[in-house]
Design a protein. Structure first.
Length: 309
Protein backbone atom coordinates (compact mmCIF):
# COMPACT_ATOMS: atom_id res chain seq x y z
CA UNK A 1 0.00 0.00 0.00
CA UNK A 2 0.99 3.65 -0.36
CA UNK A 3 0.86 5.20 3.07
CA UNK A 4 1.39 8.76 4.32
CA UNK A 5 2.50 9.36 7.90
CA UNK A 6 2.33 12.94 9.18
CA UNK A 7 4.66 13.61 12.08
CA UNK A 8 6.65 10.70 10.70
CA UNK A 9 10.00 11.92 12.05
CA UNK A 10 8.71 12.09 15.61
CA UNK A 11 8.96 9.44 18.30
CA UNK A 12 5.82 7.49 17.44
CA UNK A 13 5.84 8.38 13.76
CA UNK A 14 9.34 7.09 13.07
CA UNK A 15 8.63 3.81 14.84
CA UNK A 16 5.41 3.48 12.83
CA UNK A 17 7.20 4.23 9.55
CA UNK A 18 9.70 1.46 10.25
CA UNK A 19 6.97 -1.12 10.92
CA UNK A 20 5.03 -0.11 7.81
CA UNK A 21 8.17 -0.41 5.67
CA UNK A 22 8.99 -3.79 7.22
CA UNK A 23 5.55 -4.94 6.09
CA UNK A 24 6.33 -4.08 2.48
CA UNK A 25 4.50 -0.75 2.11
CA UNK A 26 5.54 2.47 0.39
CA UNK A 27 5.76 5.18 3.07
CA UNK A 28 5.78 8.95 2.67
CA UNK A 29 6.85 10.77 5.82
CA UNK A 30 5.56 14.32 6.31
CA UNK A 31 7.21 16.44 9.00
CA UNK A 32 8.23 20.07 9.53
CA UNK A 33 10.71 19.10 12.29
CA UNK A 34 8.97 21.27 14.89
CA UNK A 35 9.45 18.39 17.31
CA UNK A 36 10.52 15.68 14.87
CA UNK A 37 14.19 14.78 14.44
CA UNK A 38 16.06 13.90 11.27
CA UNK A 39 18.08 11.24 13.09
CA UNK A 40 14.86 9.33 13.74
CA UNK A 41 14.50 8.55 10.04
CA UNK A 42 18.17 8.36 9.01
CA UNK A 43 18.05 4.57 8.92
CA UNK A 44 14.91 4.67 6.76
CA UNK A 45 16.06 7.02 4.00
CA UNK A 46 18.12 4.43 2.06
CA UNK A 47 14.95 2.39 1.56
CA UNK A 48 13.60 2.99 -1.96
CA UNK A 49 10.04 2.67 -0.61
CA UNK A 50 10.54 5.57 1.82
CA UNK A 51 10.17 9.28 1.02
CA UNK A 52 10.50 12.27 3.31
CA UNK A 53 8.73 15.56 2.55
CA UNK A 54 9.26 18.68 4.64
CA UNK A 55 5.80 20.15 5.18
CA UNK A 56 3.63 21.81 7.83
CA UNK A 57 0.15 20.26 7.84
CA UNK A 58 -1.38 23.59 8.78
CA UNK A 59 -0.97 24.21 5.05
CA UNK A 60 -2.82 22.08 2.45
CA UNK A 61 -1.03 19.02 1.11
CA UNK A 62 -0.85 18.15 -2.57
CA UNK A 63 -0.11 14.42 -2.51
CA UNK A 64 -1.81 11.90 -4.78
CA UNK A 65 -2.16 8.15 -5.02
CA UNK A 66 -2.38 7.56 -1.27
CA UNK A 67 -4.25 4.59 0.27
CA UNK A 68 -3.89 5.38 3.98
CA UNK A 69 -2.99 8.39 6.13
CA UNK A 70 -1.77 8.17 9.72
CA UNK A 71 -2.06 11.65 11.26
CA UNK A 72 0.46 11.86 14.10
CA UNK A 73 1.50 15.48 13.55
CA UNK A 74 1.21 17.52 16.76
CA UNK A 75 3.53 18.42 19.64
CA UNK A 76 2.74 15.84 22.32
CA UNK A 77 4.72 16.72 25.44
CA UNK A 78 3.71 19.63 27.71
CA UNK A 79 6.89 21.71 27.21
CA UNK A 80 6.50 21.42 23.45
CA UNK A 81 2.77 22.02 23.08
CA UNK A 82 2.79 24.83 25.66
CA UNK A 83 5.68 26.61 23.89
CA UNK A 84 3.26 28.00 21.30
CA UNK A 85 -0.34 27.10 22.24
CA UNK A 86 -1.85 28.68 19.11
CA UNK A 87 0.50 26.66 16.92
CA UNK A 88 -0.58 23.51 18.76
CA UNK A 89 -4.26 24.28 18.29
CA UNK A 90 -3.78 25.12 14.62
CA UNK A 91 -1.88 21.88 14.04
CA UNK A 92 -4.71 19.85 15.56
CA UNK A 93 -7.62 21.70 13.97
CA UNK A 94 -6.36 23.20 10.70
CA UNK A 95 -4.10 20.20 10.20
CA UNK A 96 -7.04 17.84 10.66
CA UNK A 97 -9.06 19.81 8.13
CA UNK A 98 -6.29 19.51 5.56
CA UNK A 99 -5.77 15.82 6.24
CA UNK A 100 -9.47 15.09 5.81
CA UNK A 101 -9.52 16.97 2.50
CA UNK A 102 -6.53 14.96 1.35
CA UNK A 103 -8.19 11.72 2.42
CA UNK A 104 -11.38 12.64 0.58
CA UNK A 105 -9.57 13.50 -2.66
CA UNK A 106 -7.56 10.27 -2.54
CA UNK A 107 -10.43 8.13 -1.24
CA UNK A 108 -7.99 7.14 1.49
CA UNK A 109 -8.58 5.90 5.00
CA UNK A 110 -7.25 8.21 7.71
CA UNK A 111 -6.32 7.38 11.30
CA UNK A 112 -6.20 10.20 13.84
CA UNK A 113 -3.76 9.82 16.71
CA UNK A 114 -5.76 11.28 19.57
CA UNK A 115 -4.74 11.10 23.19
CA UNK A 116 -5.71 10.11 26.70
CA UNK A 117 -5.50 13.84 27.46
CA UNK A 118 -9.06 14.13 26.13
CA UNK A 119 -10.06 12.67 29.51
CA UNK A 120 -8.35 15.52 31.39
CA UNK A 121 -8.04 14.87 35.13
CA UNK A 122 -10.51 11.97 35.15
CA UNK A 123 -13.18 11.39 37.77
CA UNK A 124 -13.78 7.90 36.30
CA UNK A 125 -11.07 5.28 36.73
CA UNK A 126 -9.95 3.46 34.64
CA UNK A 127 -11.11 5.51 31.66
CA UNK A 128 -13.46 3.87 29.13
CA UNK A 129 -14.08 5.42 25.72
CA UNK A 130 -17.62 6.41 26.79
CA UNK A 131 -16.25 8.78 29.45
CA UNK A 132 -16.49 12.39 28.24
CA UNK A 133 -13.63 13.62 30.39
CA UNK A 134 -12.87 16.40 32.84
CA UNK A 135 -10.90 18.97 30.83
CA UNK A 136 -10.19 22.58 31.75
CA UNK A 137 -10.91 24.47 28.48
CA UNK A 138 -8.86 27.50 29.54
CA UNK A 139 -5.96 25.83 31.33
CA UNK A 140 -2.31 25.65 30.32
CA UNK A 141 -2.84 22.17 28.84
CA UNK A 142 -6.06 22.99 26.99
CA UNK A 143 -4.38 23.88 23.68
CA UNK A 144 -3.48 20.20 23.36
CA UNK A 145 -6.46 18.62 25.11
CA UNK A 146 -9.13 20.64 23.34
CA UNK A 147 -7.35 20.60 19.99
CA UNK A 148 -7.37 16.81 20.05
CA UNK A 149 -11.03 16.74 21.11
CA UNK A 150 -11.99 18.97 18.18
CA UNK A 151 -9.98 16.78 15.81
CA UNK A 152 -11.95 13.75 17.02
CA UNK A 153 -15.20 15.60 16.32
CA UNK A 154 -14.02 16.47 12.82
CA UNK A 155 -13.12 12.84 12.14
CA UNK A 156 -16.47 11.55 13.34
CA UNK A 157 -18.43 14.15 11.39
CA UNK A 158 -16.39 13.47 8.26
CA UNK A 159 -17.24 9.80 8.59
CA UNK A 160 -20.95 10.29 9.25
CA UNK A 161 -21.64 13.11 6.78
CA UNK A 162 -19.02 12.78 4.03
CA UNK A 163 -18.37 9.06 4.05
CA UNK A 164 -14.64 9.51 4.72
CA UNK A 165 -13.17 6.38 6.28
CA UNK A 166 -11.74 7.68 9.56
CA UNK A 167 -10.34 5.83 12.58
CA UNK A 168 -9.61 7.31 16.02
CA UNK A 169 -7.13 6.00 18.60
CA UNK A 170 -6.64 7.51 22.05
CA UNK A 171 -3.01 6.99 22.98
CA UNK A 172 -1.92 6.69 26.61
CA UNK A 173 1.63 7.27 27.88
CA UNK A 174 4.09 5.59 25.52
CA UNK A 175 7.86 5.24 25.75
CA UNK A 176 10.75 3.64 23.89
CA UNK A 177 13.56 4.31 21.37
CA UNK A 178 13.53 7.57 19.37
CA UNK A 179 12.11 9.61 22.25
CA UNK A 180 13.56 13.12 22.33
CA UNK A 181 15.90 13.44 25.35
CA UNK A 182 14.54 16.95 25.92
CA UNK A 183 10.83 16.40 25.33
CA UNK A 184 9.87 16.71 29.00
CA UNK A 185 8.05 13.37 29.29
CA UNK A 186 8.49 11.55 32.55
CA UNK A 187 10.20 8.41 31.23
CA UNK A 188 12.77 10.28 29.13
CA UNK A 189 13.27 12.84 31.93
CA UNK A 190 14.04 10.19 34.53
CA UNK A 191 16.32 8.11 32.31
CA UNK A 192 18.30 11.11 31.03
CA UNK A 193 18.68 12.58 34.51
CA UNK A 194 19.88 9.23 35.85
CA UNK A 195 22.38 8.70 33.02
CA UNK A 196 23.72 12.23 33.45
CA UNK A 197 24.22 11.68 37.17
CA UNK A 198 21.56 14.22 38.11
CA UNK A 199 18.83 13.93 40.77
CA UNK A 200 15.51 12.67 39.41
CA UNK A 201 12.82 15.35 39.51
CA UNK A 202 9.39 14.24 40.73
CA UNK A 203 6.55 16.76 40.56
CA UNK A 204 4.12 16.66 43.48
CA UNK A 205 4.59 13.86 45.98
CA UNK A 206 4.87 11.22 43.26
CA UNK A 207 1.59 9.52 44.14
CA UNK A 208 -0.04 10.43 40.80
CA UNK A 209 -0.34 7.39 38.56
CA UNK A 210 0.29 6.65 34.90
CA UNK A 211 0.18 3.62 32.64
CA UNK A 212 3.21 3.12 30.41
CA UNK A 213 3.00 1.34 27.04
CA UNK A 214 6.11 0.29 25.12
CA UNK A 215 6.19 1.77 21.63
CA UNK A 216 6.23 -1.58 19.78
CA UNK A 217 2.97 -2.57 21.44
CA UNK A 218 1.43 0.81 20.71
CA UNK A 219 2.37 0.75 17.01
CA UNK A 220 0.87 -2.73 16.64
CA UNK A 221 -2.38 -1.39 18.10
CA UNK A 222 -2.40 1.62 15.78
CA UNK A 223 -1.94 -0.56 12.70
CA UNK A 224 -4.62 -2.97 13.91
CA UNK A 225 -7.07 -0.08 14.22
CA UNK A 226 -6.24 1.23 10.75
CA UNK A 227 -7.06 -2.24 9.41
CA UNK A 228 -10.40 -2.34 11.25
CA UNK A 229 -13.06 -2.35 8.53
CA UNK A 230 -16.28 -1.84 10.46
CA UNK A 231 -15.51 0.43 13.42
CA UNK A 232 -14.42 4.07 13.61
CA UNK A 233 -13.57 4.12 17.31
CA UNK A 234 -12.41 5.85 19.36
CA UNK A 235 -10.38 3.12 20.98
CA UNK A 236 -8.01 3.37 23.94
CA UNK A 237 -4.49 2.12 23.28
CA UNK A 238 -2.24 1.82 26.29
CA UNK A 239 -0.97 -0.53 28.94
CA UNK A 240 -3.45 -1.00 31.79
CA UNK A 241 -0.65 -1.62 34.28
CA UNK A 242 -0.71 1.34 36.68
CA UNK A 243 2.32 2.75 38.50
CA UNK A 244 2.95 5.82 40.60
CA UNK A 245 5.48 8.34 39.35
CA UNK A 246 7.56 7.62 42.44
CA UNK A 247 7.60 3.90 41.61
CA UNK A 248 8.82 4.73 38.11
CA UNK A 249 11.58 6.96 39.50
CA UNK A 250 12.71 4.19 41.83
CA UNK A 251 12.76 1.65 38.96
CA UNK A 252 14.87 3.91 36.76
CA UNK A 253 17.24 4.68 39.64
CA UNK A 254 17.82 1.00 40.31
CA UNK A 255 18.11 -0.04 36.65
CA UNK A 256 20.63 2.68 35.78
CA UNK A 257 22.64 2.27 38.97
CA UNK A 258 22.13 5.92 39.78
CA UNK A 259 23.26 7.03 43.22
CA UNK A 260 21.56 10.39 43.00
CA UNK A 261 18.57 11.29 45.16
CA UNK A 262 15.02 12.08 44.10
CA UNK A 263 13.95 15.71 44.48
CA UNK A 264 10.36 16.93 44.66
CA UNK A 265 8.93 20.04 43.02
CA UNK A 266 5.49 21.64 42.85
CA UNK A 267 2.93 19.76 40.74
CA UNK A 268 2.07 21.66 37.52
CA UNK A 269 -1.46 23.04 37.18
CA UNK A 270 -4.06 20.65 35.72
CA UNK A 271 -1.66 17.70 35.88
CA UNK A 272 -3.89 14.58 36.07
CA UNK A 273 -3.74 12.68 39.36
CA UNK A 274 -4.45 9.32 37.76
CA UNK A 275 -4.49 7.83 34.29
CA UNK A 276 -5.18 4.26 33.27
CA UNK A 277 -6.90 2.95 30.13
CA UNK A 278 -9.80 0.57 29.98
CA UNK A 279 -8.74 -1.47 26.94
CA UNK A 280 -11.74 -3.81 26.84
CA UNK A 281 -12.73 -2.56 23.39
CA UNK A 282 -9.20 -2.98 22.00
CA UNK A 283 -9.11 -6.54 23.27
CA UNK A 284 -12.55 -7.32 21.86
CA UNK A 285 -12.52 -5.54 18.50
CA UNK A 286 -8.81 -5.49 17.63
CA UNK A 287 -7.71 -8.62 19.48
CA UNK A 288 -4.97 -6.37 20.83
CA UNK A 289 -3.33 -6.02 24.22
CA UNK A 290 0.20 -5.00 25.20
CA UNK A 291 2.77 -7.71 25.83
CA UNK A 292 5.94 -5.85 26.89
CA UNK A 293 6.33 -5.55 30.65
CA UNK A 294 7.45 -2.20 32.05
CA UNK A 295 10.81 -3.46 33.31
CA UNK A 296 11.61 -5.03 29.93
CA UNK A 297 10.60 -1.91 28.03
CA UNK A 298 12.59 0.33 30.36
CA UNK A 299 15.67 -1.82 29.83
CA UNK A 300 15.43 -1.34 26.05
CA UNK A 301 14.76 2.38 26.43
CA UNK A 302 17.69 2.90 28.78
CA UNK A 303 19.97 1.17 26.27
CA UNK A 304 18.73 3.55 23.56
CA UNK A 305 19.37 6.64 25.67
CA UNK A 306 22.87 5.49 26.55
CA UNK A 307 23.70 6.14 22.90
CA UNK A 308 22.20 9.64 22.72
CA UNK A 309 22.65 11.28 26.14
Amino acid sequence: MKILVTGGAGFLGSNLCKVLLDRGNHVTCIDNMYTGREENVTDLTPNSRFEYIFHDIREPLNVTDIDEIYNLACPASPPHYQRDPIYTLDTSVMGMRNILKLAESNKARVLQASTSEVYGDPSVHPQPEEYFGNVNPIGIRSCYDEGKRVAETMCMDAYMHRGIQTRIVRIFNTYGPNMDPNDGRVVSNFICQALRGEPLTVYGDGSQTRSFCYVDDLVNGIVAMMNQDDWVGPVNLGNPGEFTILQLAEMVTEMTGSEESIIFKELPKDDPTQRRPDISKAREKLLWSPTVKLLDGLEKTIEYFKGVV
